[in-house]
Design a protein around this ligand. Structure first.
Ligand SMILES: [Zn+2]
Length: 392
């Protein structure tokens, strides 16, 4: 039996991210649009008046449409809660990377079923807010057994799984960080690589220095993983330039950048992924998206959803922050949260609405995508298709 075809018609304003459409601007916006879904793929995009006949039709009644969000940075395999740490920080104490160890203890103590239930809960939360592709990581196990099980659990729910054994030095290795790097690049990597697509490292004072980060990334690359880097979140450092040098898909955070860092991002194909939920939740200075865009870098916007420094699964919230405080236009922020996220995951099948792309589509209870920033905190997502299936 042929797959069922469905036309979503009367989309008031549709972001396609196809800049080749005549007169549609960089976001490829089509007015009065229709999208035809055939199985899990998009089969046709154009004006409603020219839509081909289909098995089913859904009337969007003038709502805005856009590609499902691509959240290329989250940490969702965890247990426990850091409410007290957040409360303390909002009462005047600053954030340090050591807080991760609180979640490590809770995650190690949790059962597989508890970790999976928590992951599913947060994936559902993200989906209801329009996220149809989501990367997630290990990094709260920090032992061979606990890192491998985190990745195994993540891989059952998403294709975009990242090995982050080098999140912080495991407590057992507090006096022997190089010994921990040897574990991360040896036995732990052997156990984890079969479940992951990416290798990542937190290159930061208090976590791993430039030499250690290089060792971790090169070992992962030699095992067939692709690199991404937590870089330059809390201060200046070698992370961004290392990411570009090693051909990483993304340098994530990019909050503290020198001119040389910006030049490196603009000249290479490493995406600058900005995570304003972290700056919001730690009262830290915002990353300067305007500077990166003006230099010619590709920018992605993601949530960094994790229980410590950014406990939001809402891409629309991050879009609003980026527009209000990071110098992005609404168009740039929406593009960064869709096509930008796809670029940060080296994906061409998501982050756009075009024939052949995965049928991941969001409708907003609003006349245009600009309302994502114009109406912050309002639950505008009214329908979500993922792989051609209506999920919301
Ligand atoms: Zn992160």
């Amino acid at each position: 039996m042929a797959p069922i075809t469905t036309a979503i018609i009367n989309i008031g304003s549709l972001v396609t991210n196809d800049p080749s459409l005549p007169g549609a601007g960089p976001l490829g916006v089509i007015q009065d649009a229709a999208v035809v879904i055939d199985g899990d793929r998009i089969a046709w995009v154009g004006p409603t008046s020219k839509a081909p006949a289909t098995d089913n039709a859904v009337d969007a009644e003038g709502r805005a449409g856009l590609p499902g969000f691509v959240d290329s940075h989250s940490h969702l395999v965890f247990a426990g809660d850091r409410t007290e740490e957040f409360n303390a920080r909002m009462s005047g104490r600053s954030y340090s990377a050591g807080g991760i160890r609180t979640t490590v203890a809770a995650t190690r103590a949790a059962t597989d079923a508890e970790l999976e239930a928590n992951l599913r809960r947060h994936l559902g939360e993200a989906l209801r807010q329009g996220t149809t592709t989501l990367e997630t990581k290990s990094g709260y196990g920090l032992s061979v057994h606990d890192e491998a099980r985190a990745l195994r659990i993540a891989a059952a729910h998403t294709d975009e799984v990242t090995y982050l054994g080098a999140h912080v030095v495991a407590p057992e290795f507090a006096d022997d960080p190089d010994g921990y790097v040897a574990l991360v690049t040896g036995e732990m990597l052997d156990a984890c690589a079969p479940h992951a697509r990416w290798v990542d490292v937190f290159c930061e004072r208090g976590a791993f220095d430039g030499d250690q980060a290089r060792t971790v990334l090169e070992a992962g690359i030699a095992k067939g993983l692709h690199a991404r880097v937590h870089a330059n979140q809390l201060g200046h450092g070698p992370g961004v330039r290392l990411a570009v040098e090693l051909g990483a898909a993304s340098a994530d955070h990019c909050t503290h950048l020198t001119d040389a860092d910006v030049d490196a991002l603009a000249s290479g194909d490493t995406v600058a992924t900005l995570l304003p939920g972290a700056e919001f939740s730690t009262r830290a200075p915002w990353p300067d998206a305007r500077r990166l865009l003006d230099a010619g870098a590709t920018v992605a916007l993601s949530t960094d959803c994790n229980p410590g420094s950014s406990f939001t699964s809402s891409v629309p919230f991050c879009i609003a922050l980026a527009v209000r405080d990071m110098g992005m236009t609404p168009d740039e922020a929406v593009r960064a949260a869709t096509a930008g996220g796809a670029a940060a995951l080296r994906r061409t099948d998501v982050g756009r609405v075009a024939p052949g792309a995965r049928a991941d589509l969001v409708l907003l209870d609003a006349p245009s995508h600009i309302h994502l920033a114009y109406r912050p905190g309002v639950p505008l997502v009214s329908a979500v298709w993922r792989r051609g299936v209506r999920e919301v």
